[in-house]
Design a protein around this ligand. Structure first.
Ligand SMILES: [Zn+2]
Length: 463
C-alpha cells in the first residue's frame, strides 16, 4: 500500500454535530481516508494528536488585509501569517482598498498582487459600487460583493469615502445586479446622516471626544448603533424585492432591534439572509476597551443578545473581525476617538477566544465547527470542498489543544499593527496545528509554510 502523505492519528475528530476518535489520512491535499482509532496507516508523515481535537479547517470571513493601498497597516503576507498562527485555514479578504476592486481591472490586479503572499487559502470580495461591474467581478472569481452602506461620521472610513453607497436607488440596483449573479451580497448597514447629526449634536460639537466619550456614544447607540438597524430594515426589504442573498455584517455592533428584525426575516418570512457576529460583541468588556482605547471600537454592550443569537439561529457565523491600523493612525484617538479610523485585531486571537468560551462551557467545539467552517462554506458555496472533513474534501485541518493557555501580548502578534485589542487578556485553548490542503503551515506557534502556498478560491459563479 502506497503511504499516505500525512496521517493525523489518536485525535478526537470534531464535526458540526458530534465527535469521534479516529484517524484522518491525507493524500494529494485531500482527505483520502478516515479510519477507526488504533489502526496504523502507512504515512510519509504523522501528526500525533493524542489529547487534541481535530477540527475541519476554520474560516475567518472578515479580514481587512489592506492590500493594495494601505499596506503600511497590513498586507496579505502578514495578515495570512497572523491567521495561520491563529488556527485559520481559509480567509475571506474584506475589501476597502485603494484602488477598491470595483472593476475587472482592479480586481485582477489585486488577485495577481496577493497571490505570491498568502500562507493560507483565501477568497476575495468584489467591491460593490457600480451595478454594471458586479457580474464581471463575479465571473473573475469574487466570492461575493461587499457594499458599504455607510460612512464614518468624520469620513475617515471606508478609506475612499466615495465607496459608501448611501443612495438607496443605487443600493437597490446593486442588489438587482448581485442577485442576478447568484453570489452573496455582504452589507455593512448604516444611516450615516442620522449618526452624524446626533453624534455631532451630543458629543463632537460639545468637545466631548475622549475615548470614554466615544464609549458613551457607542453605548447610546450613536456610533454603530440605531442607524445600523434603520439601514438593515430597508436593506432586508430591498433584498426581498430583488431576491438578493443578503449577508449582514456587524451584527455584534448593532442594538437588539437588529436581532429582532433578523429573527423576523429568517423565521417568519423565510428570507434568504445570514448574519455574522463579532466575537468582540461577546467577549470585549468596556474596561478592556477603555484600556486599549482606539485599538478597539466596540465592546459587548448587550452580550446576552449576542449569546441568544448564537442559540436561536439569528447569527450564522462567528467572526473575529480583523481590521488593523498602525499605531500612528490611531494615536490621536486618545484625544478624539471620533476622528480616527476604527478597527480591532482578530485574525490571531479569534480562535483562542472561542476555545476559551468552550472551556467556560459557553460554546461546544461542534458550535465552533458549525459557525466557523461548515456554515460559511455552505453559504459561500464552497462546501464540501471546504468546511468539513469528508473523503475528497480539501485536507484543511485545525488541531486544537483545549488545555494550552495564552496571554495576548502585542509582542506575539504577527500582524503589522503590532498591537492587540485583547492585550493582557487570558485564554485557555489554543490552535496547535494549522494544516492547509495537507501542508502543515503552523506547528505549535511556528509558521512553517512559505508565502504563496495559500491558494485563491474562486466563488460559485466564476467563469
Ligand atoms: Zn470590517
Amino acid at each position: 500500500m502506497k503511504p499516505f502523505d500525512l496521517v493525523i492519528e489518536n485525535g478526537t475528530v470534531v464535526t458540526a454535530t458530534d465527535s469521534y476518535s479516529g484517524t484522518i489520512a491525507i493524500s494529494d491535499g485531500k482527505v483520502a481516508a478516515i479510519a477507526a482509532p488504533g489502526l496504523k496507516l502507512p504515512a510519509e508523515k504523522t501528526v500525533d494528536a493524542t489529547g487534541l481535537h481535530v477540527l475541519p479547517g476554520l474560516w475567518h470571513v472578515h479580514c481587512h488585509f489592506r492590500e493594495p493601498g494601505h499596506t503600511y497597516k497590513e498586507d496579505f503576507e502578514t495578515g495570512t501569517r497572523a491567521a495561520a498562527a491563529g488556527g485559520i485555514t481559509f480567509c475571506i479578504d474584506m475589501t476597502n482598498n485603494t484602488p477598491h476592486p470595483t472593476t475587472l481591472d482592479t480586481f485582477e490586479e489585486k488577485k495577481a498582487m496577493v497571490a505570491p503572499k498568502a500562507h493560507v487559502d483565501y477568497a476575495l470580495y468584489g467591491g460593490g459600487l457600480y451595478p454594471k461591474t458586479c457580474s464581471e467581478l463575479v465571473k473573475a472569481g469574487a466570492i461575493g460583493i461587499k457594499i458599504f452602506n455607510t460612512r464614518h461620521v468624520k469620513e475617515v472610513y471606508p478609506y475612499i469615502t466615495e465607496l459608501g453607497v448611501l443612495d438607496h436607488g443605487i443600493l437597490y440596483e446593486l442588489y438587482e445586479a448581485i442577485a442576478e449573479t447568484g453570489v452573496v451580497g455582504s452589507v455593512h448597514h448604516d444611516d450615516t446622516e442620522w449618526v452624524k447629526r446626533l453624534t455631532f449634536r451630543d458629543f463632537i460639537d460639545k468637545g466631548a471626544t475622549s475615548n470614554a466619550d466615544y464609549m458613551d456614544a457607542y453605548e447610546k447607540g450613536y456610533m454603530y448603533g440605531h442607524g445600523m438597524v434603520a439601514g438593515l430594515a430597508s436593506s432586508l426589504y430591498y433584498a426581498r424585492l430583488t431576491g438578493l442573498r443578503l449577508h449582514v455584517l456587524h451584527l455584534g455592533v448593532m442594538p437588539v432591534g437588529a436581532y429582532e428584525l433578523l429573527h423576523h426575516a429568517k423565521h417568519d418570512l423565510g428570507q434568504d439572509v445570514t448574519a455574522e457576529l463579532e466575537t468582540a460583541a461577546l467577549f470585549m468588556n468596556r474596561e478592556q476597551a477603555e484600556k486599549v482605547g482606539p485599538a478597539s471600537y466596540l465592546w459587548a454592550v448587550a452580550p446576552e443578545a449576542g449569546w441568544e443569537s448564537v442559540r436561536n439561529g439569528v447569527a450564522d457565523f462567528l467572526v473575529g473581525e480583523h481590521a488593523p491600523h498602525s499605531i500612528e493612525d490611531i494615536a490621536d484617538g486618545w484625544e478624539d476617538n471620533f476622528s480616527v479610523p476604527l478597527g480591532i485585531t482578530g485574525a490571531q486571537e479569534f480562535i483562542p477566544l472561542l476555545l476559551n468560551a468552550v472551556n467556560e462551557g459557553r460554546l461546544s467545539l461542534s458550535d465552533v465547527v458549525r459557525f466557523c467552517a461548515l456554515a460559511p462554506a455552505q453559504r459561500f458555496g464552497i462546501y464540501p470542498k471546504k468546511g468539513a472533513l469528508e473523503i475528497g474534501s480539501d485536507a484543511d485541518v485545525t488541531i486544537v489543544d483545549l488545555h494550552k493557555e495564552t496571554v495576548f501580548r502585542k509582542e506575539d502578534m504577527h500582524s503589522k499593527a503590532a498591537m492587540t485589542s485583547w492585550e493582557g487578556m487570558k485564554a485557555k485553548g489554543m490552535p496547535v496545528y494549522t494544516i492547509v490542503r495537507g501542508g502543515i503551515v503552523m506547528d505549535n506557534g511556528r509558521i512553517l509554510g512559505e508565502p504563496g502556498y495559500g491558494a485563491f478560491t474562486p466563488g460559485i459563479a466564476a467563469a
